[in-house]
Design a protein around this ligand. Sequence first.
Ligand code: NAD
Length: 445
Amino acid sequence: MTAVAPQTARSIRPAKGKLGVLCVGLGAVTTTFMAGVENIRRGRSKPIGSLTQMGTIRLGKRTESRMPLIKEFVSLAALDDLVFGAWDPIPDNAYESALKCGVLDKHEHVEPIADFLKGITPMPAVFDQFYVKRLAGTNVKQGKTKRELAEALRKDIRDFKAKQGCDRLVMVWCASTEVFIAPGPTHQTMATLEKAMDANDPSIAPSMLYAYAAIMEGVPYANGAPNLSCDVPALEALAREKRVPIGGKDFKTGQTMLKTVLSPMFKARMLGVAGWYSTNILGNRDGEVLDDPESFKTKEESKLGVLDNILQPKLYPELYGNIFHKVRINYYPPRGDNKEGWDNIDIFGWLGYPMQIKVDFLCRDSILAAPLVLDLAIFFDLAARAGLSGIQEWLSFYFKSPQVGPGLYPEHDLFIQLTKLKNTLRYLKGEEQITHLGIEYYENE
Ligand SMILES: NC(=O)c1ccc[n+]([C@@H]2O[C@H](COP(=O)([O-])OP(=O)(O)OC[C@H]3O[C@@H](n4cnc5c(N)ncnc54)[C@H](O)[C@@H]3O)[C@@H](O)[C@H]2O)c1
């Protein structure tokens, strides 16, 4: 059996100095992320849920027993080297916001780090209620044109970097979901996009201005919400031209994560699916924003795409050609950030006999999302130091609607995504890819 030739390791700049993590939005997810990192740094908690902090990676043959921690295998920014900044139209600092969001226990995880949280005050946001109907804020930048606003964001980025003495920066969109916008003519090239920015065209949402500002400043950009943001041809091309890593969309946390685990199982066993009904109750600000039909439409598109891509109804019309798929999010304040997601799945097996699966996931939205923000910040920084640019498909693992290059369909299966991620790390370090073939253990050379 011929072994796969080892790769040449890519040169990766070492993770020296401070990494500034700029979050757009200082709400539930961002404050849970920042407060979590600080609690962990002070030895008060463990980084549960974070692959960069707790994950290992197998190298070489199974007989070699080489399984280092990922953070020991590749050079990653250390938690102690992270510094944080944010923009938000609501002027609350991270301490006030964390208390209002009510995700973390005040006495256990907020008060002991109050000094740290009070030091994070949001910069004035580029915000327009046209794009997030259920939100109003006072901490908002003024500018005659969208281009001017984007330039103001670029200045914020440069000022933050200088003031904090950062070596590198990354930006993660953790702000509210904007109304649905279909990619159109203004999004095709940088010339059309910049012209539209100058003309205050409504097809240019604030999330595109943040993405534009980040890329222009050479800052990797990850989009944790389903709005288009950097997922337009003009910004993809800009990211390639400026050699900046980008990616999105929409953190894959609760119900959709379960979907991307359960549906590959049905397909692997050739079990049919007749219907999948998903509903949620959620009482945080995100739930309130998503109660607006236009913001929900953006989320719905992101949640609905998953099944089609995994189950491939065109390839398997008898099994998946006629699925009734419905997704609802209902704003229900008493639950706060503690979402409850129900799934009813109607499947069918041998000779067409029907069966049902019911899932009731009592999850905590921001507790699931916070470690994803950390991993994305750390891996996007790695991507930049390794000279990767444009769409980072290997980080699809973290997203509900992974951004992919033209002509490619996204990979949604969580475990294929994990394999892709770890194989990319092996590739960067010049280690053999793991194919799981395994025949070499049983056949002689
Ligand atoms: N499990 C999860 O929590 C999860 C999963 C997937 C995606 N998301 C997405 O992550 C985002 C954040 O979720 P959250 O629970 O923290 O919501 P949140 O409402 O608590 O926080 C969002 C913050 O963004 C701010 N904001 C809105 N528009 C802004 C702009 N243009 N510039 C700067 N700030 C702006 C809001 O004022 C708010 O403080 C949402 O879009 C949500 O859909 C969350």
